[in-house]
Design a protein around this ligand. Structure first.
Ligand code: NIG
Ligand code: FE
Length: 451
């Protein structure tokens, strides 16, 4: 049995923000998780792969396209998990007897979905920018604020000033809330340091989060987020610093390289140079493309065979067809469009052109201080025109494909047992009742870690 109290400070579930359960029955609150990081350095609590039988699942969303519908729903289902991996999925009436001795989680007719995979976040940052939002709501533009040295530049200043310990303390709280809302894998970018040591600290914090919480983290080097103020008159000098010092230091801690290729950030030629330098260091490319305008980002993503083109609010049917042909995933960030009162990505068109569509929070302090994937799902349905099933698929399987994690984002034998039990009998409630927290339990690698 897992404890309803933090095993370290004794506070109950109602006295803390989040209680994370380990497989051996110990629980830790987010406050103590942070202390554990301070005390034990990188050695936080570990969740080992678990054995589990999810019984009495009212509706199971498998995302297994072998089933008739897009999200592969099985009614009256069971899921067997051994050593953290799904071993059997199907109607409960067909469950083989050998799985009945597994530790059972009675789901009481609730809905089970794959854990959310959030493939685009700027989760690691210090400070906040509510004042900037106030200014934007009074009519100032995001681009003007950035050009005047605010926006991303103000988060760079706050992040550099914070140092790694405060950066970790602020960021791990957000990560804990993401996990509590059902995210089991998250991509985290650097990009608010923009100098070698601060960029390195951001990536180290991202890794510490994954070592501390039962949350898989994929890291991306975004040293080319904007040209920092100290290099404003020397763009080439900044690119030289990025290639000669930042990349060598950061590449060992990252999987991907990303560039904000748009107005007020980096040109197509600059972005091409950074992506090539990243590739020489073993980092695969992804791109912030066509958020603020049709600025050539999509064409560059196709040219370099980027794993994903993110934002793509300004994209034509011909560009979409090229993305589909290149196998580049379109990562849509509806919370950023909402906050910017900006153009919405043409999700329906992208989907119909055959592009693989993923959804992400874009968690960042400027355009989307959003942590919960269910919020992105609801926005994708209401604002981008996807069906509930498409939005849910994009937030789970689509996210996994955007991170090249082909074994994630679905529930079928061999997949890691990363699941969310929703406290409802229909996944439609994620959209129908978008303001409620529907998460009942979160299962990571077969262990109940939330709830
Ligand atoms: O994905 N577009 C560029 N980067 C972020 C916003 C960063 C910020 O404003 O701090 C994004 O929306
Ligand atoms: Fe972004």
């Amino acid at each position: 049995m897992t404890s309803a109290r933090c095993s370290f400070c004794g506070k109950t579930r109602t006295q803390v923000n989040h209680l994370v359960h380990g497989p051996a029955g110990a629980s830790i609150c987010d406050e103590c998780a942070r202390l554990a990081v301070d005390i034990a350095g990188e050695a936080g609590p570990e969740v080992q792969g678990g054995d589990l039988l999810l019984e009495d699942v009212g509706r199971l969303v498998t995302n297994d396209r072998r089933a008739a519908d897009l999200v592969g729903v099985i009614e009256g289902a069971a899921v067997a998990v051994r050593e953290g991996r799904v071993t059997w999925v199907g109607p409960a009436s067909e469950l083989p007897g050998r799985y009945r001795e597994l530790p059972a989680l009675a789901c009481g007719g609730r809905t089970v979905i794959p854990g959310f995979v959030d493939p685009h976040t700027h989760l690691v940052f210090a400070g906040e920018r509510s004042e900037e939002l106030g200014r934007r709501l009074r009519g100032e533009s995001y681009e003007d604020i950035l050009a005047a040295g605010g926006g991303i530049q103000s988060t760079v200043a706050a992040t550099r000033a914070a140092g790694p310990d405060r950066l970790l303390a602020e960021s791990i709280e957000r990560a804990g809330r993401m996990l509590a809302a059902g995210t089991t894998t998250v991509e985290i970018k650097s990009g608010y340091g923009l100098e070698p040591l601060s960029e390195l600290h951001m990536l180290e914090v991202a890794h510490t989060i994954s070592e501390t919480l039962p949350l898989d983290v994929v890291t991306t080097f975004l040293g080319a987020h904007v040209v920092p103020l100290d290099y404003r008159d020397d763009r080439d000098g900044y690119l030289w610093l990025l290639e000669s010092e930042m990349l060598p230091a950061c590449a060992p801690l990252a999987t991907y390289v990303d560039v904000f290729c748009d107005r007020g950030a980096f040109t197509v030629d600059e972005a091409r140079r950074v992506l090539a330098a990243g590739r020489r260091r073993g980092l695969r490319p992804r791109l912030h493309a066509n958020q603020l305008g049709d600025t050539g980002g999509v064409e560059l993503a196709v040219e370099v065979g980027a794993v994903s083109a993110d934002h793509v609010e300004h994209v034509s049917a011909a560009q979409a067809a090229a993305l589909a042909e290149a196998g580049t995933v379109a990562v849509l960030l509806p919370a950023a469009s909402l906050s910017l009162r900006g153009r919405r990505a043409p999700a329906r068109m992208l989907w119909d052109e055959g592009v693989t569509v993923a959804l992400a929070t874009d968690c960042n302090p400027g355009t989307a201080y959003v942590e919960r994937m269910p919020f992105a799902v609801a926005l994708a349905a209401f604002e981008l025109g996807l069906t509930a099933e498409e939005a849910l698929w994009a937030a789970t399987r689509g996210g996994a494909l955007a991170l090249e994690a082909s074994d994630k984002g679905w529930i079928r034998p061999g997949a890691p047992a990363d699941l969310v039990v929703l406290d409802t009998d229909t996944y439609l409630d994620l959209v129908y009742r978008p303001d409620l927290d529907h998460t009942w339990k979160v299962v990571k690698d077969g262990a109940v870690v939330i709830g």
